[in-house]
Design a protein around this ligand. Sequence first.
Ligand SMILES: [Zn+2]
Length: 276
Amino acid sequence: MLAAVVMLTAALSSWKAEIESRGVAVVVAEARQSAGGGLAVAPDTPHLDLLAPYLGSQDFAREFALMEASMVFQRAPGREVAFVLLNGDRRAEWESRQEALIAHEFGHAWIKAEKYPAPVYVSGGPHACLAIHTGDITQHVLIRREMERRGIEYRRSWLEQLEKVIPVRETAPPPPEEDRCARAQLAAEWVDVKLALKPGEWPAQARYEAAARRYMPEVASTVERIADYVRRHDLSDRGQHREALKAVFEMLKDLVYYRAKEFRVYGTLKRKRAAG
Ligand SMILES: [Zn+2]
């Protein structure tokens, strides 16, 4: 049986109240895979009618299975609702850092409630992936700042997660070339690392970056370019935020469609090798 109420810490409760004061209801619910191939939440979850299309979608259920939590924003006449869904099937993985996990999704809901410009989302295909990671890169800058202001600790568990992927990327073959989204996904994660940490703050940073470079070398120059762009702009300014969305989207698109600098070098080497 799924609990309808997820207990929130004081810091989360006050953040939720602030988002709701902007006219956006916040519903935190635990969701699990259901026998029918979709997702299930507690039957008394508020605004369930707005969430139903997501719960019934097998595509969404498949994506959600890979995540620990997700924020779904829905609008209807007279109602705006941010659903923060926690993946109950992975509870053991996130339970010990529940506050940071929920806070991150509250951050995305807060940015919606503050009416920051958002990337245009075209469902399905590589453009959906580009929109998601473009939004993450720009929004995470603001979310990190806000979590720090509210005294919500997120760094320890975030860095622990990253430390787990280092040994994998030190040896694993790169994802298949047709998995275009993998490059944007790594770029977004790596940009977060570049922007969030002060020099020397994370002892494993050099090893993390070396592993990422080994795993997908073509991503490195895009990460530098995006991080450099974001550092030079104030993303809390809505005009600059909108410009940043366009700029980051274009840089990720170049990467996903293999026009990054390293990829050209890479391609040349491969051709030479094939010819010789
Ligand atoms: Zn995020």
